[in-house]
Design a protein around this ligand. Structure first.
Ligand code: ATP
Length: 350
């Protein structure tokens, strides 16, 4: 069966277009991350899927069913909010059982189901505690258990980790992903954190200004970004503006070899990841004189910040990799391997 499908779905608030007309398919059993900067429309998109916001246009289908006009409580999609939205005066078990009891399930049966779910999220023995007696990570697990109580076909999470500290967040990302894979539940996670998206997702939907910029696996959005926005938003990249000219890009006085399907004279933007950029004396194309401005040793990797003839360049070496030994002020040569360059359309000069 097909999963969740959005056809031409858009949303405007007055004159603000929060989500441009969008087609998306969320495959059954997959975890999709909606990723983008603040204000790009990802929460609005999730809220339309949840039934908490009415689309201005378009159709939302779950399998064969059109759910566009179905109210949120009838969709029975499990939802976890940024704030977790738990009831502080209820016990953990009561929080998890709440929606079942509201739906008319007998209390004993609802509590039995809640106990099973607490086992699923590794909170056995916490059922009688109040929410105030839990850590952030434990609260999040209660919110997840509560959202799963009605055995939803779709599980929606809006910035589920943002209330947690960095270390716990990483642990919970792995835990949530393992749980989602075990249950095989179609899941959509809104996040502005690319590491979170890359840790958990089968597919990432990168958004900006209400538009979908790319839909791809985590590897593809990183290694094969669709455009300069994605290359910039996901990971780090060095960028240079130039003009494509017969198999090479002219950047200032430098001519950089780069394969790209552009017409001669087209303005282009080049991107290269810091770890694909080299500092070496090897012969080869695209060698540029540079000077070390700053060295940053981050433990697992060392970053060289250089000023070159075509602008600032960052070069990254993993610990254990044979890299150069340079200090601030040293003169050196940077190489931009042609196969590591990504060339995107640039902005036409006015
Ligand atoms: P964040 O990461 O900051 O939560 P987001 O990507 O989730 O951002 P949305 O909350 O979907 O973005 O907002 C998208 C755009 O729609 C923004 O310009 C926002 O100001 C606007 N917007 C969202 N909700 C409303 C509303 N109820 N009324 C008017 N404008 C809104």
């Amino acid at each position: 069966m097909e999963g969740l499908v959005l056809k031409d779905v858009s949303k405007s608030f007055g004159n603000t277009r929060a989500v441009e007309p969008t087609d998306l398919t969320f495959a059954k059993g997959e975890l999709t991350a909606l990723l983008g900067p603040s204000g790009c429309g990802k929460t609005t998109l999730l809220r339309m899927i949840a039934g908490l916001e009415e689309p201005s246009r378009g159709v939302i289908r779950l399998g064969e069913d059109d759910v566009t006009n179905l109210p949120a409580h009838k969709r029975k999609f499990g939802m976890v909010f940024q704030s977790f939205a738990l009831f502080p005066h209820y016990s953990v078990r009561e929080n998890v059982a709440y929606s079942l009891i509201i739906d008319g399930v007998a209390k004993a049966q609802a509590f039995e189901k809640a106990n099973e779910l607490l086992e699923t999220v590794q909170l056995v023995g916490f059922g009688d505690r109040r929410i105030g007696e839990l850590s952030g990570g434990q609260r999040q697990r209660v919110a997840i258990a509560r959202a799963l109580a009605q055995e939803p076909e779709v599980f929606l999470l809006d910035e589920p980790m943002s209330a947690l500290d960095a270390k716990l967040r990483e642990e919970m990302q792995v835990e949530l992903r393992l749980l989602q894979q075990r249950l095989g539940i179609t899941t959509i996670v809104v996040t502005h954190d690319q590491r979170e998206a890359m840790t958990m997702a089968d597919k990432i939907v990168v958004m900006s200004n209400g538009r979908v910029e790319q839909i791809a696996t985590p590897q593809d959005v990183y290694h094969r970004p669709a455009n300069a926005f994605v290359a910039d938003f996901i990971g780090k990249a060095n960028f240079f503006d130039g003009v494509y000219q017969d198999g090479a890009v002219q950047v200032g006085d430098c001519r950089l070899q780069a394969a790209a399907p552009f017409q001669s004279g087209s303005p282009v933007k080049i991107a290269i990841r810091p770890e694909r950029t080299c500092i070496d004396e090897d012969p080869g194309a695209n060698r540029i004189a540079a000077r070390v401005m700053f060295v940053r040793d981050l433990g697992p990797l060392r970053e060289y910040h250089l000023q070159s003839d075509i602008g600032p360049i960052i070069v990254e070496y993993a610990a254990g990799e044979t890299g150069p030994s340079l200090a601030k002020g040293d003169a050196t040569t940077v190489r931009l391997p042609p196969e590591a360059l990504q060339v995107f359309p640039g902005v036409q000069a006015a």
